[in-house]
Every structure is written in C-alpha cells, then in structure tokens.
Ligand binder design. Sequence first.
Ligand code: FE2
Length: 376
Amino acid sequence: MKQTSSTGLSSTEEKDFLPLYGTDYIEFYVGNAKQAAHYYITAFGFEGIAYAGPETGMRDRVSYVLRQNNLTFVFTTSLHPGTPIAAHVAKHGDGIRAIALIVDDAADAWRETTRRGAVSDQEPEILSDEDGQLGISGIRLYGDTVHLFVDRKQYSGLFMPGFRKWDPGFAHGSTGLKYVDHCVGNVGWNQMNKWVSFYENVMGFKNILTFDDQDISTEYSALMSKVMSNGNGYVKFPINEPAEGKKKSQVEEYLEFYGGEGVQHVALATDNIIETVRELMHRGIEFLKVPDSYYEGLEERVGKLEEDLQPLKALGILVDRDPEGYLLQIFSKPVEDRPTLFFEIIQRKGAKSFGKGNFKALFEAMEREQALRGNL
Ligand code: FE2
C-alpha cells in the first residue's frame, strides 16, 4: 500500500521529486561584464564561448559566457541605469545572482518546488532556436540570489537561445579548474535554520554536516554552518550565519558590504591543486596565507600525503583528512574591492568533508585581512 504523508505525496514521490545533475552555470551580475570576462579568461583560464547583447536582440543587457571543463560562468551587465540588474550591482557590487542547476524538466522542478513553498522568480519557459529547445525556470533563494532550473537535453547549441558564438580572439589556457564542488551562502543572524529548512522541505536536500560556534571560532569571532546536499551528492550548499564573538565575524563583514545575504564562496575542483594554484598565482590571483607553523608536523596531524610538502608550503595549500581520505584546499582573497565573494580551490583525495581541521588557521588568516580593512 502507498504511504501518504501530510503533503499528500507518496514517500517514493517525496524521495525523487527534484533529481539534480550538477551545476549548469553560475551567473554574475557585474558593473562591467566586458572587463570581468577578460579577468576570468586571463587569470582563471576560462574560454570565451557565447555572447548576448544588442547585436543578438538583447536590448537591456550584455552577457558573456565563459567555460573551462565543466564550469560555465556567465557575466551580465546592465546597459542602462534603473534596471533590476543595475539595482543589483548598485546594492551588492559584483556578485552572484544565479546558481543554475541541471534538471530533467525545468517546468516540473519549478512546480515541485513552488508547491512546497518556494517563491517563483521565473515561470517555466521553453526557449528555442535552430539548435533545439531549452527549458528554464527559477525560484528565489536567500537575499537577491536565485536558483535556476535548466533542462538542455533537447538543445545542442553552445549555451542557450538568444546567444551567439563568441570568440574573444585570445585565450591563456586552462588552469585545470574542473567543476563546482560546492557553493556557500552567508545568511543573517539566526537565519541558517530557515535556509536549512528551505533546502530540506522545498528542494528535498539533507543536512549532512553541522559546525557550531565551537568548531568555527577564533579568539575574536565565530560562525555556524550547516552543509546541505541533494540526494546524489552532486550539489552541495553549506549555509553560514554569524555567531557572537568578541569582535565582528567575517560573515557580518560580508553582510555589511554585500548589502545582505548572498554567495560567500564557490569551491572549484581541480585534479592537481599544486599546478592549478601555481598557475593562478602566476596570473595574479591572490590567496590567503597561513603562517609557516601550519606545516610543522602536518603529516603527523593529517597522515601521509602523496604530494611533496615543499610546494604545498610554498603555495600555502591546506590539508585535512576525514575517515574517507584527505583533501587539499586554498582560499582566494575576495575578487572584488568589497570584501565579499571569493573562491576556494579544492582537490579531493577521497575526503568528502570541508576541511574542518583548517577552519581555525583559515579564519585567523581571514581576520588578519579583516583587521587590515579596519572591519574586525
Ligand atoms: Fe568551502
């Protein structure tokens, strides 16, 4: 007999209502998409793929689509003052507007999530051109951020209808970045559990890890974090909220400068973190530095590593181990003048966790930067 819950759905339906197959793309709203695209091509190693703007019939904005392996970033800027994109940039500075997820059916994903309480941002639409049909829809997330649902099984074009091929005529080669490992949101005081419930109830995610203010605190400040994962683990969203400390938490600094809640960092996976980080640094990406003492007795703390210690130390790469293996990670400084969005570069060697053993060293490094800005 079919078990029916209070939502009127059978337990099998509840389990599979939102299959996700990874991150389709991340869209940034920025003040100058032309220059942002140049930076991500030159420094991060993306390739120019597609373009939309007045020449393609898009009157109010310009978008550049960049790709590196399974990573797709879109940079969008408003052509006029007074548009929602211009308002987003005025309020937040450059930042992430949309995290687009790959689904089987965008209309279905929208129906299933909105009936569970999601607020619609974009009603389901089928976009078509000579390369086929693409389904898209969207729901609102924390702050002014949204999740888009994209189904592109019937579409063979470069990105989506409305875009044309774009070759900027220059490229600097890949830095080995492969895909989005996870995407972290910063939310306001006491808002973490609200968004945990959102991911559980609206998206069907599970809370796979919890860090309290004891886990994530330094002498001065603290935060709390819960990691949400979808069923197949392809999509993971940790959610941070500030916690009381002697001084201002890094999450509070973010909220103040971003003008509210938003994406704090995106973790980009690589198969060779030493080569990737060496190349990124060479191209001008700045990373947080932990003290040399971090590397004293590292293998006693985290076990034997396949990598040489010397380049890890020289580059400032951090290591942590969990029961399933280890991971290597490093964090960039914010990539805008506002101390808001930054990137993590991560290489997993079995480990499925997030580097809890590094939190203290890392947050102390962040606080040194925060103090330099006068915001601690
Ligand atoms: Fe992370």
